[in-house]
Design a binder for this molecule. Structure first.
Ligand code: HEC
Ligand code: HEC
Ligand code: HEC
Ligand code: HEC
Ligand code: HEC
Ligand code: HEC
Length: 470
């Protein structure tokens, strides 16, 4: 994990095409550093790479700096295929670009987790992410002044790895918390909750080792004994001698009929392709009896339901988080049933969280989906009042105001969103649609270009405006 994030070295040189969008990408590596370029229909831009994400064991991602902000590169390197291609998540995009800000979205798991703001140096994962605050330990370096994850009770121990190795379907922060504040020694659910589908997914994903391991009979039947640290030494070394780890529990000799007496992981933990990892393969952590059983597609007719990975003590908090998660997953999967379920849960505990911006905004957005615009506006306004610095909430408010026919206030809300977070391209594009005239739209888009003159998406939008005018 020491190389979860690093400065670029020699990263190779290549060109490739993204056919769906007709985009040419290139990456070059030389004395001037690593430079990546994008070209589409005569427009071109080029960006120096600032950081490399991932060790390249399976894949590498890249971050570029534009002004004060880091952005994700749409280019990744895939080791097994030994080639560059579009990054996971960009495959189906009609207009890929260097326009996704690398905010906490990636850095929470790939860096020390420090703030991601202006001009700051990023460091790879630091000791405190697994061992807790180090100050007391440096002042008095004895065992009792530092957390050793392997000596914690099972839930707290597992939480240390889960903060990064359990993405789930939705992660919901408790009121007043965020997804970075976890401290080793705590149980994760005291800060935030992870929600997973209530039955195994039909695929293997990059960050799903935790879910897989929990499905194994080994984990289920060993009462919290088996954890990541049983096989992994988190200080860099590879799994050393997995066979001994298996044998530490499976002490009885394997039957004579058993096919082999060594190389356990080769059959019981095979490598498979990850659904969300581009051209990567990962180790199947389900430790199954019959080797190489494929991932079964989910069965049943009721559609997906979700469950909490672990529950906090407070029943109202459980309902709140479950409600928020149901709506997140429901909106993403287009599952009305989950959205309605989430709405019911939130409505039932609303009285306990009257000023909770996440609850207010979630309820508001469901009402917006149901075309109850006036009530949606009220809820979003209350959410904004509760967390006035959140640009995303202002943007949602603008959307519902717009639907309610309150154009002037919608413009005001988006202007405020831009003032709070001037580095989100999508906000400018939304703001442009509020303008009645071509000139008005152009003016808004040019405000973004003044910040990010290279943006392909915005230059294309401006060109489209010109063409339509003719
Ligand atoms: C919830 C934590 C989490 C988030 C958020 C996250 N990652 Fe990861 N990522 C991981 C973990 C953990 C791995 C290691 C592989 C695994 O667990 O299967 C990984 C692996 C990778 C790899 C492959 C690394 C290798 O060594 O082969 C790349 C590239 C990557 N992530 C890029 C990103 C980018 C870009 C983002 C932001 C869009 C991101 N990740 C967001 C946790 C995260
Ligand atoms: C990804 C999580 C992780 C990170 C990051 C990490 N450690 Fe550890 N560390 C562990 C775990 C887990 C153990 C317990 C290993 C065991 O006992 O099997 C451990 C054990 C140790 C021990 C032995 C403690 C004892 O009581 O015997 C020391 C010393 C240590 N780590 C120092 C560091 C230092 C210094 C850093 C930063 C450079 C660091 N660790 C970063 C997870 C981590
Ligand atoms: C702060 C986030 C974070 C925490 C906490 C964390 N990991 Fe990771 N881990 C990552 C990321 C990101 C990668 C992939 C990046 C890379 O390839 O270096 C990774 C890679 C790994 C890998 C594969 C590559 C390697 O270095 O061997 C193993 C195994 C692993 N982690 C085990 C653990 C265990 C065990 C724990 C808990 C003791 C843990 N991790 C805690 C973020 C984290
Ligand atoms: C912490 C103890 C522990 C470790 C480590 C462990 N197992 Fe298990 N395993 C169990 C227990 C307990 C069961 C359930 C009882 C049984 O079948 O023996 C089990 C069951 C199994 C099964 C039967 C699965 C099924 O669905 O019927 C297989 C196969 C297996 N283990 C293989 C392995 C392999 C291979 C490793 C190493 C990669 C391993 N185990 C590591 C405890 C462990
Ligand atoms: C029973 C042993 C065992 C346990 C327990 C285990 N792993 Fe692994 N893990 C392996 C083996 C074997 C590999 C493949 C060989 C390697 O990468 O060294 C692997 C590989 C990985 C990798 C590298 C990427 C990949 O999929 O190949 C990551 C990340 C990882 N494990 C994370 C975890 C996490 C997180 C946990 C706890 C939820 C965990 N592992 C528990 C045996 C184990
Ligand atoms: C060549 C592939 C292969 C290797 C290597 C392998 N296994 Fe298995 N193992 C199997 C198959 C196939 C079965 C299912 C046999 C059955 O259901 O009759 C099995 C069944 C098992 C079971 C459950 C049935 C039983 O006999 O109790 C355990 C536990 C197990 N293996 C552990 C291990 C351990 C530990 C290792 C490493 C020392 C290992 N296996 C290596 C293929 C393999």
């Amino acid at each position: 994990m020491g190389r979860a994030l690093a400065r670029p070295g020699a990263e190779g040189t290549a060109k490739f095409q993204h056919a769906l969008s007709g985009t040419q990408f290139a990456t070059t590596s030389g004395a001037g550093g690593v430079v990546q370029s994008i070209e589409r229909q005569g427009l071109r831009a080029e960006y120096p790479v600032e950081y490399v994400i991932g060790s390249g064991e399976h894949a590498k991602g890249f971050l570029v700096r534009l002004g004060e902000q880091l952005f994700q590169s749409p280019i990744s390197y895939y080791r097994r295929a030994a080639k560059f291609d579009v990054a996971p998540g960009y495959e189906q995009m009609e207009r890929p670009d260097f326009n996704r800000a690398a905010t906490a979205e990636c850095l929470v798991c790939h860096s020390s987790g420090a703030a991601t703001s202006a001009g700051q140096q990023l460091t790879a994962i630091t000791c405190d992410r697994c061992h807790g605050p180090v100050e007391a330990h440096l002042a008095q370096p004895v065992r009792s002044t530092i957390v050793n994850p392997s000596r914690l009770p099972a839930a707290q121990r597992d939480s240390v790895c889960e903060q990064c190795h359990l993405a789930g379907e939705a992660r919901v922060a408790n009121p007043g918390q965020n997804l970075i504040q976890f401290r080793p020694g705590e149980a994760l659910e005291d800060r935030w909750q992870v929600f997973v589908y209530d039955r195994p997914r039909g695929d293997l994903r990059v960050v799903s080792h935790t879910e897989q391991l929990a499905l194994s009979s080994c984990a289920k039947a060993s009462e919290g004994q088996l954890w990541c640290g049983t096989c992994h030494q988190p200080h860099g070394e590879k799994v050393n001698n997995v066979d001994t780890r298996c044998r530490s529990c499976h002490t009885a000799p394997l039957s004579a009929a058993h096919p082999k007496q060594e190389g356990c992981a080769g059959c019981h933990m095979p490598q498979r392709s990850a659904a969300d990892g581009g051209h990567t393969a990962f180790t199947d952590h389900r430790i199954q009896r019959v080797a190489a059983a494929p991932f079964a597609a989910p069965t049943g007719t009721t559609g997906p339901a979700i469950r909490a990975w672990r529950e906090p003590a407070d029943p109202a908090l459980r309902e709140r988080n479950r409600g928020l998660a149901s709506i997140i997953v429901g909106e993403r999967d287009g599952e009305a049933r989950l959205i309605n379920d989430g709405y019911r849960r939130l409505a039932a505990v609303y009285a306990k969280f009257p000023r909770d911006p996440d609850v207010l905004a979630s309820l508001g957005m469901v009402l917006f989906l149901k075309d109850q615009h006036a009530d949606a506006v009220k809820l979003l306004q209350a959410a904004v009042a509760a967390r006035p610095t959140d640009a995303g909430l202002r943007e949602k408010l603008a959307v519902v105001l717009n639907a309610a026919g309150e154009k002037a206030r919608a413009v005001e809300a988006l202007e405020k969103a831009i003032a709070l977070d001037p580095l989100r391209e999508t906000t400018y594009h939304l703001r442009a649609t509020q303008e009645a005239t071509t000139a008005g739209r152009r003016q808004v888009l040019e405000r973004w270009l003044a910040k990010m003159p290279q943006s392909l998406v915005t230059r294309e939008a401006l060109r489209d405006l010109e063409r339509r005018k003719d």
